[in-house]
Design a protein around this ligand. Structure first.
Ligand SMILES: Nc1ncnc2c1ncn2[C@@H]1O[C@H](COP(=O)(O)OP(=O)(O)O)[C@@H](O)[C@H]1O
Ligand SMILES: Cc1ncsc1CCOP(=O)(O)O
Ligand SMILES: [Mg+2]
Length: 296
């Protein structure tokens, strides 16, 4: 690329990011004004932190493991959240059934494919979601790589070994799998829009076309259980008020800013978790929208 076309591309990227910032601010304000409810079907380990984080971010929470509850409540819920961290045998039929019900009504949902690649039941459930996919997938790098492999979107040669709930891959290793997943989700979405968010030391969000990198947060976020799970729940709160790309960026940026604020005033994992909820509550729409968002 010549120097002048590089400058034009950089100017266009700056204009795109400015437009995104305006959407992020609007979404953060809308969450505070409207208290949108996002229903969750999430794991037993971190369910309480997910609900508290959704409230602290300005939304409302409803947790259920009853498939009929989930389908009924979806009519009142702005968006749903499914997290496969802890599963029971009956979920093998229940979760794909719920995903199909969402599909039928066009109800939007966020998937956290926790521990993707581990266990035949989890694999069967995650494979089934391919036919009735979410609007946003949010996970760590290993989970995004495993899901993209499972759905046949990347070559198995590019896959790494499955991880547990913690990532064994760097965020950078998930760039192409994340883009492939986002393109697949967008092609399946009624509105043609979707996003994938990969968390780690510096987070990555993509709509399949552009890759956005969001640095920040705190290493202490990996020392409490549920930072990732609750980010998925908060992403669903945002999805209730805005488009998938803006929702993924806004929730990711909020987590980075809140993590930094909590880091400054805490003294270990216990006080960090308390400070983190306070910081989710106190971070302003302007602070979220002013977050560093890199397109290189
Ligand atoms: N080393 C780190 N530095 C800064 N932020 C981090 C770090 N590790 C995790 N985070 C943040 O913690 C949150 C959860 O990410 P992660 O730990 O990757 O998810 P998971 O718990 O699903 O593996 C994200 O907001 C991410 O930005
Ligand atoms: C520890 C654990 N085990 C099964 S689910 C879960 C929680 C994972 O939470 P996160 O992915 O947010 O760290
Ligand atoms: Mg996780």
């Amino acid at each position: 690329m010549s120097e002048s076309s590089q400058t034009i591309a950089a100017d266009r990227d700056d204009a795109d990011v400015d437009a995104l910032r305006a959407r992020i601010r609007q979404a953060a304000e809308a969450v505070r004004e409207r208290t949108p409810m996002a229903q969750s079907f999430t794991n037993f380990v971190t369910i309480n932190l997910v609900a508290n984080a959704q409230l602290a971010a300005g939304g409302a929470a409803a947790m259920s493991f009853l498939p009929d509850d989930v389908v009924d409540t979806a009519s009142m819920s702005g968006a749903d959240y499914i997290n496969v961290g802890t599963l029971l045998p009956f979920y093998k039929d229940a979760l794909p059934k719920i995903a199909r019900a969402f599909r039928k009504t066009g109800h939007q949902w966020v998937l956290d494919p926790v521990a993707a690649g581990i266990g035949s039941t989890r694999t069967e459930i995650l494979r089934a979601f391919r036919a009735a996919p979410p609007t946003i997938v949010r996970g760590n790098a290993s989970e995004i790589i495993a899901l993209a492999t499972m759905w046949g979107l990347i070559s198995p040669d590019d896959a790494t070994r499955p991880a547990g709930v913690e990532s064994v891959d760097e965020v950078e290793a998930a760039v192409e799998p994340a883009k492939a997943l986002a393109r697949f989700l967008a092609a399946s979405a009624p509105e043609g829009e979707a996003a994938v968010a990969v968390s780690g030391e510096a987070d990555l969000v993509t709509d399949g076309a552009t890759v956005y990198r969001l640095p920040g947060g705190s290493p202490m976020m990996a020392k409490i259980t549920g930072a990732g799970c609750s980010l998925g729940g908060v992403t669903a709160v945002y999805l209730a008020v805005t488009d998938p790309l803006t929702a993924a960026l806004a929730a990711t940026a909020l987590y980075d800013r809140a993590g930094e604020a909590a880091d400054k005033v805490s003294n270990g994992p216990g006080s960090f978790q308390v400070a983190f909820l306070d910081a989710l509550w106190n971070t302003t729409p302007d602070q979220i929208a002013a977050s560093e968002i890199l397109t290189v």
